[in-house]
Write a protein that binds this ligand. Sequence first.
Ligand code: PLP
Length: 304
Amino acid sequence: MKATVNVNGRVSDADHAVIPVFDHGFLYGEGIYETLRTYNGRPFLFDRHLARLRASAGMLRLEVPLSDAELAGRVDETIRAAGLGADAAGGPRDAYIRILVTRGVGDLTYDLSACPTPSVVVIIKPFPVTPAALFEQGVRVALVSVLRNHPGSLNPLIKSNNLLNNALAMQEAYRRGAFEGVMRNYRGELAECTQSNLFIVRDGAALTPSLESGLLAGITRQFLFEVGREAGIDVRGEVLREADLLGADEAFLTSTTREVLPIVQVDDHPIGTGRPGPVSKRLLAAFRQKADALTLGPAMPSPR
Ligand SMILES: Cc1ncc(COP(=O)(O)O)c(C=O)c1O
């Protein structure tokens, strides 16, 4: 595996990056994370990701032991050590960035006082570019049987390292030969995909399940509300059900790594014409344009 990892300030390659087995992140899945990426070698929407990281940590009563500036410093340093980023030799090379904070090392008890020092890990890899053909042809998803966690049990708003719900749902999607799995909530409403948010297009408007349906408040999902407003496309949250998806004119998924990726089939059922539709294409183009505008040139908003 080619990755550069920063564990509590120590940078190494993937093989030499270690966390003790008594870290409660390993023992109990107690931790939170963010997945980010760079465009033009610069972290994209960094401040929003850090805000969500802190919100997730708060819901676990987990203290993030670094300031935003210190976290930005760790990310910058690790990107540089990986030979990626804006200053990479031969021009900007984009990075995949994962920031994790776990409860830290402690005895076998849920008592918070057992773990005085949270662990902070940054993983950097070359950004895995989604092939252009997938954007041009669209992907097939499966409506999986695994339900999204009940918000009163493990709130999907927490971007938690405890990913068993997502892993089991995605493994069902893999068994069914699908690119992604669409999950419903305990009421049967559409919630989100296992690693991305879901949108449908109906009568020219892009609709996504509202947060009340129990899902992660995706940074890309939120950004798309702004992209849509500027592009003159109505983008909004609503309660959606299976029939809304199957009867949609278009559908797509959004995430930091997949951007705006058209869905053309749900199990054996084609969506709309079975080809990526015009609203999805316009939103993808407008999204990329805005991502470029925010990461090119000297006026980039700095996280520090
Ligand atoms: C469950 C889930 N929903 C949605 C998303 C998309 O979120 P974002 O746009 O912030 O990457 C992710 C991303 O990893 C996810 O894991």
